[in-house]
Design a protein around this ligand. Structure first.
Ligand code: ATP
Ligand code: MG
Length: 406
């Protein structure tokens, strides 16, 4: 259904408080709900887990599976527009919802992000359509049959074998150096459709978040530098350089080209690698996209004039998409469940009092009841007057929490 303006504080044609819905009840859904509620909307979350972080804070929580017909019907009945907080929501469910309500992003955009084979083909198409500003993915081969496995070009090794579907936080990936290792890895992954990507010499990783409206207006956040540990995002740093570097412009433009190619509505994140190609700046390679707000954009809650979650609300409600401005240099630290374990393995509470005594710290916890190693429990945004000041605070916080120094 097409997008109309859903003005905050008004009632819908059905006489209800305007309600924004989200498929998925994780932390991204929770922060979306907070942003929507701050602007006066009611919210509805569909997630089977009664204790889901977003379900707990939403006006309505529909506790069914993502493809449950009754659950989807309830969500449509409640909501004036619907979004998703994770890409593995069944694309068919979004198609059903989209027939009756505005859904942002649309099911075809989510379907591309669910499948690395489709996603890489899209990246190649978009790069080919903009030859003077092309950003290609890593050299890769699709592996769906033993014949394609045997035909993989040798120059893709050493590489990383990634399942086409359902990978996240480095899961569903195996690093392989030889053809034998590749064959064994494909067996290990259950011979499901995969892509083999050439292992690239990464200098750094970054991402770009844009928000695009139904009218085609597209705004962007500054380029975010990301550090991963064990395949999971650990740190995002944003200090806007003036003037922005050529690579930054290229990454922002590439993200906008992808959004406009898909006729995307909503918040979109695209991840990039910066690789050593012998040049001073390095070269840009596009890695993957997330059809939603992204962990690397959490700093926008405290360091920007408008957050990625508010932009998601604005995009789906047809409100103006103002260009966000970074008003503080910032560092975001992910808070994984590991921090809740003392060196002897006993559970402990992290030293929040010590952390919050530092100027410019903004704590976000997701309301998850049990800490597990590797589980995203929250994040800490740090802002300050200068990049140096932010780094100094971040070092102090890392020491207090037992995180490795920056
Ligand atoms: P996410 O949680 O971001 O969805 P994911 O599990 O889908 O992650 P990728 O983003 O594809 O996985 O890869 C995870 C990390 O592994 C990357 O951020 C990067 O550090 C490393 N990596 C992935 N592909 C390559 C490559 N071709 N060459 C070198 N390093 C890579
Ligand atoms: Mg990734």
């Amino acid at each position: 259904m097409s997008h109309q303006t859903l003005l905050p504080g008004s009632t819908s044609a059905r006489g209800q408080q305007l309600t924004l819905g989200v498929m998925g009840g994780g932390q991204l859904g929770r922060m979306f709900v907070h942003a929507a509620q701050a602007m006066g909307y009611f919210t509805a979350v569909l997630d089977p887990d009664p204790a889901s972080p977003a379900g707990r804070v939403s006006h309505y929580h529909i506790q069914t599976g993502y493809d449950d017909e009754q659950g989807l019907a309830q969500l449509m009945q409640r909501c004036d527009a619907i979004t998703t907080e994770f890409e593995n929501v069944p694309a068919a469910a979004l198609l059903t919802l989209g027939a009756h309500r505005p859904v942002a992003p649309a099911s075809h955009c989510v379907a591309v992000a669910q499948d690395r084979v489709k996603e890489k083909a899209l990246f190649v198409d978009v790069a080919s359509a903009h030859p003077d500003q092309a950003v290609f993915p890593a050299p890769y081969a699709t592996i769906t049959t033993p014949e394609l496995l045997a035909a993989v070009p040798g120059d893709l090794l050493p590489g990383i074998l990634k399942t086409a579907r359902l990978g996240y936080d480095g899961k569903g990936q195996v690093r392989v150096a030889t053809r034998d290792e590749l064959a064994a890895a494909w067996d290990e992954l259950g011979r499901v459709p995969c892509v083999l990507e050439k292992m690239l010499p990464l200098v750094a990783e970054c991402s770009v978040i844009v928000a695009r409206g139904a009218d085609g207006a597209c705004v962007h956040f500054p380029v975010q530098r990301n550090l991963h540990r064990d395949g999971i995002l650990a740190i995002t740093e944003v200090y806007e350089e003036k003037p922005a570097s050529g690579l930054d412009f290229k990454a922002i433009n590439a993200t906008k080209f992808i959004a406009s190619h898909l006729n995307y509505v909503g918040v979109l994140c695209v991840e990039f690698f910066i690789i050593d190609d012998g040049s001073a700046d390095g070269a840009l390679v596009v890695n993957e996209m997330a059809p939603r707000p992204h962990n690397s954009g959490h700093y926008t809650q405290n360091a920007c004039t408008v957050s990625q979650f508010e932009l998601q609300v604005r995009a789906m409600a047809g409100l103006p998409l103002v260009p966000p401005r970074l008003h503080s240099p910032t560092i975001m630290l992910n808070l994984l469940g590991d921090l809740w374990f003392a060196p002897n393995g006993n559970l402990r509470a992290p030293d929040w009092a010590g952390v919050l005594a530092q100027s410019g710290t903004h704590l976000h916890l997701y309301g998850k009841l049990d800490a597990r190693r590797g589980r995203k429990m929250g994040h800490l945004n740090i802002t300050g007057p200068t990049a140096e000041a932010v780094r100094t605070t971040a070092q102090q916080v890392c020491a207090l929490l037992g995180l490795p120094p920056l």
